[in-house]
Design a protein around this ligand. Structure first.
Ligand code: PGA
Length: 235
C-alpha cells in the first residue's frame, strides 16, 4: 500500500489524474472502475483537461461505476448516471456503449447484480479502480459488516451514509434506502486501486486503515491485502 500525502485538493486530483492518464496511454482499451461523491469531482475535471489537451483518448476505454441508488432513474439529477455524465462522459470521447453502471430501476435487482458482474468479467476485469471512502470505512456502498467475499449486491444504506449523502439531494428529497454496489471481492479483483480522501473528517478513518487489523467491520481494511493500492490523501 502506497500512501501519498498532498497539501491541497487540487494536488490530490492532479496526482490521481496522472495515474489514470498513464494507464490509458499504456493500454488505450483499459477497463476503468469509477467512483462518485464529492471527493473525485476535481479528479474528473483534471481528466477532462487531459482529454481536451489531447493527452488521452477514451475511444477504446470502458468504465464501470462502483454503485447506483435503487429506485433512481438514470436521468434523475441525483443518480450516479447523471453525475458521471455531468462530470466526465459528456466531455470526453467515450463510446456510450462502453459505459456501465448498475441499473437502479431494474425490476429484478438480483439479476441486475449478476449481469453487472458478468459484464465486468466479459470485459476482462477492471484494470484501475478509483475509490472514495466513507467516514465509517465503506468503499463503494459496502457498509461495515459486508463480507469480503461479496460480489455486486443490493445493500441497505447505513444511517451515517444517508446523513453524509443528504447534502447531494435537494431539500425535501430523502436519500434512497437501497443501492446496488460492487462487492468487496469485485473491488479487490481490480488490478490496481487508487483511493482518494481529502478533509479533516477523513483523517481518523485513514488512521484506522493504518493502525487497525483487517476486519469486515471496517470494509476499507481489505485493501491491505491488495498488492497494488495507492492512497492519495490530505486535509
Ligand atoms: P465523498 O464520499 O467523496 O462524498 O466524501 C465518499 C464515499 O462515501 O465513498
Amino acid at each position: 500500500m502506497t500512501w501519498l500525502e498532498v497539501k491541497t485538493y487540487e494536488e490530490m486530483s492532479k496526482m490521481a489524474a496522472t495515474i489514470f492518464e498513464k494507464q490509458l496511454r499504456e493500454k488505450p482499451h483499459s477497463v476503468l472502475g469509477l467512483a462518485t461523491g464529492g471527493t473525485p469531482i476535481g479528479f474528473y475535471k483534471e481528466l477532462v483537461q487531459c482529454y481536451i489537451k489531447g493527452d488521452i483518448s477514451f475511444e477504446e476505454a470502458s468504465t464501470f461505476n462502483l454503485d447506483e441508488y435503487v429506485g433512481v432513474g438514470s436521468e434523475e439529477a441525483t443518480s450516479y448516471h447523471k453525475y458521471m455524465q455531468e462530470h466526465l462522459f459528456n466531455h470526453v470521447n467515450i463510446p456510450r456503449e462502453n459505459v456501465y453502471l448498475p441499473d437502479g430501476l431494474a425490476t429484478n435487482l438480483e439479476k441486475e447484480c449478476a449481469r453487472y458482474e458478468q459484464q465486468i468479467e466479459q470485459k476482462g476485469g477492471i484494470d484501475l479502480q478509483l475509490l472514495g471512502i466513507g467516514v465509517n470505512g465503506h468503499i463503494g456502498f459496502n457498509e461495515p459488516g459486508t463480507s469480503f467475499q461479496s460480489r455486486t449486491h443490493v445493500v441497505e444504506l447505513a444511517d451515517k451514509t444517508k446523513q453524509d449523502n443528504a447534502k447531494y439531494f435537494p431539500e425535501g428529497k430523502s436519500v434512497p434506502e437501497l443501492a446496488i454496489t460492487m462487492g468487496i471481492e469485485t473491488i479487490m479483483m481490480a488490478k490496481q486501486i487508487v483511493l482518494l480522501a481529502f478533509g479533516e473528517n477523513k483523517i481518523e478513518t485513514l488512521n484506522r486503515i493504518k493502525e487497525q487489523g483487517i476486519s469486515e467491520d471496517f470494509p476499507a481494511s481489505c485493501l491491505k491485502k491488495h498488492p497494488h493500492v495507492t492512497i492519495i490523501y490530505g486535509s
